[in-house]
Design a protein around this ligand. Structure first.
Ligand SMILES: Cc1cc2nc3c(=O)[nH]c(=O)nc-3n(C[C@H](O)[C@H](O)[C@H](O)COP(=O)(O)OP(=O)(O)OC[C@H]3O[C@@H](n4cnc5c(N)ncnc54)[C@H](O)[C@@H]3O)c2cc1C
Length: 400
């Protein structure tokens, strides 16, 4: 699609959950939008999503390849706590199909899909942007152009748009490096594997500052780990976990890794015509590494901000994407960040963290919060109890 004479309203760079959602919402708002995505790689991802995602973004349950009803957390000494999900579930999506479904939905709503790799952008004297991209995505592919008034940068954790348009902010990004192996699901259910159970390992040997996981997706299972410590051997940790759980005897389908951003960037817009969304904006929940729901929420906020900026001609609208997002989720991110820094820092603390999770109130509020994406207001005493329990541990007063 070389369109030297046509100027579209928005080019969305990146067709993951953030970009596909932004393009869908902009198309629904009647905007002329191009969704530019470099195809060809399935996003490495555990694929766990909360039920609220299906509700908020009208995603059909048929896209879930599994529904998990229990989360098992495992301490460094092997103590287990099974946390039932109650009347909800943790959904599992396969990103190959999930992301494509989102992109097709955006196209059906009117977005123009272009397969290509974003390279750069420049502006003419009227402020119209020319986006340069490699058609088809290959490194040597022909460069083509599209003219646009605004750009949404949703091109993932190592966003080129962010590095070019908000270089000072992008330089501040910090990451957890995550690696997983997609394996054939074990046929036998035992202590080490449950087809409807997520296993989360808190153990320094498997991750010195994050956690390792086993997420069942029906026919396949994701076994992975993450760490911000570049020297830590992620592959070795997954090899150990598979050997220990007998999952070294099943076939490996894919081995892949990618960075997960740790902290929302201090700014998401360039003050004129570009706004970031999803991993490009640094938006993944600390402690859990949950990013899909937040990427879609960020994509929606970016779309709303761009639509308003175009309608009013006031670029200050772009700043509201970050403000609105953090207004809804900032306090949860702050709390999860504090918990990650404290609880994931030594095996002694991990052991105590798993012990705290035996508390029924902790379990219920954790899952309510995960599933509905809002703090549960109905049970102030339970909140107070957990708050003081956390504070007790954070300050070293409690020893449970
Ligand atoms: C190993 C691992 C496990 C994870 N597990 C979970 C989990 O279980 N649950 C969860 O919620 N989150 C999980 N996450 C986080 C989650 O995957 C991300 O937060 C989420 O994918 C972010 O969505 P996004 O749209 O912002 O970016 P991405 O999904 O990374 O999408 C970016 C898109 O941009 C495209 N792109 C990149 N560069 C260019 C370019 N130059 N030109 C054009 N297109 C480009 C890519 O092809 C891609 O389609 C995990 C992450 C990792 C690495």
């Amino acid at each position: 699609m070389s369109t030297p004479n046509r100027t579209v309203d928005v080019v969305v760079v990146g067709g993951g959950p953030a970009g596909a959602t932004a393009a869908h919402e902009l198309a629904l708002a009647g905007r002329d939008v191009v969704l530019l995505d470099r195809a060809g790689r399935i996003k490495p991802c555990g694929g766990a999503v909360p039920p609220q995602l299906l509700i908020d973004f009208k995603v059909p349950e048929s896209l879930l390849v599994n529904q998990v009803d229990t989360a098992r957390i495992i301490s460094p000494t092997g103590a287990l706590v099974d946390i039932p999900v109650g009347d909800g579930f943790v959904g599992m999506v396969d990103r190959e199909h999930f992301d494509e479904w989102l992109r097709v939905r955006a196209a059906n709503a009117g977005a123009t899909r272009v397969v290509g790799a974003y390279e750069s952008m420049e502006r003419d004297q009227n402020g119209v942007i020319t986006v340069h991209y490699r058609r088809g995505g290959g490194r040597t592919a022909r460069i083509e152009q599209v003219r646009t008034r605004m750009v949404v940068g949703a091109d993932g954790a190592l966003s080129k748009v962010a590095r070019q348009e908000l270089p000072a902010e992008a330089a501040k990004a910090r990451y957890v490096f995550a690696y997983h192996e997609v394996i054939e699901s074990p046929q036998i259910e035992d202590e080490a594997f449950g087809a409807a159970r997520c296993d989360v390992y808190y153990e320094g040997g498997l991750s010195p500052d994050f956690y390792a996981w086993v997420f069942p997706h029906g026919d396949t299972t994701s076994v992975g780990t993450g760490s911000a410590n570049k020297g830590f051997g992620l592959r070795g940790a997954v090899r150990d976990l598979r050997a220990r759980t007998g999952m070294d005897r099943v076939e490996t389908i894919r081995q892949e890794g990618a960075p997960i951003p740790l902290k929302p960037l201090p700014r998401w817009d360039n003050g004129k015509d570009v706004v970031l969304a999803g991993d490009a904006a640094g938006v993944v929940a600390p402690s859990s590494g949950e990013g899909i729901f937040y990427a879609m929420t960020g994509g929606r906020e970016a779309a709303r901000a761009v639509d308003l900026a175009l309608a009013t001609g006031d670029a200050r609208e772009l700043r509201k994407a970050r403000r609105r997002f953090l207004g809804s989720h900032g306090s949860v991110f702050w709390m999860l960040g504090m918990m990650q820094r404290f609880w994931y820092s030594s095996d002694n603390r991990r052991e105590r963290f798993v012990a705290i999770c035996r508390d029924r109130d902790v379990q219920e509020l954790t899952f309510e919060g995960y599933m509905r994406k809002e703090l549960v207001k109905a049970r102030p005493m339970a909140h107070a109890k957990i708050f003081w329990k956390n504070i007790g541990h954070l300050t070293g007063m409690a020893r449970t």
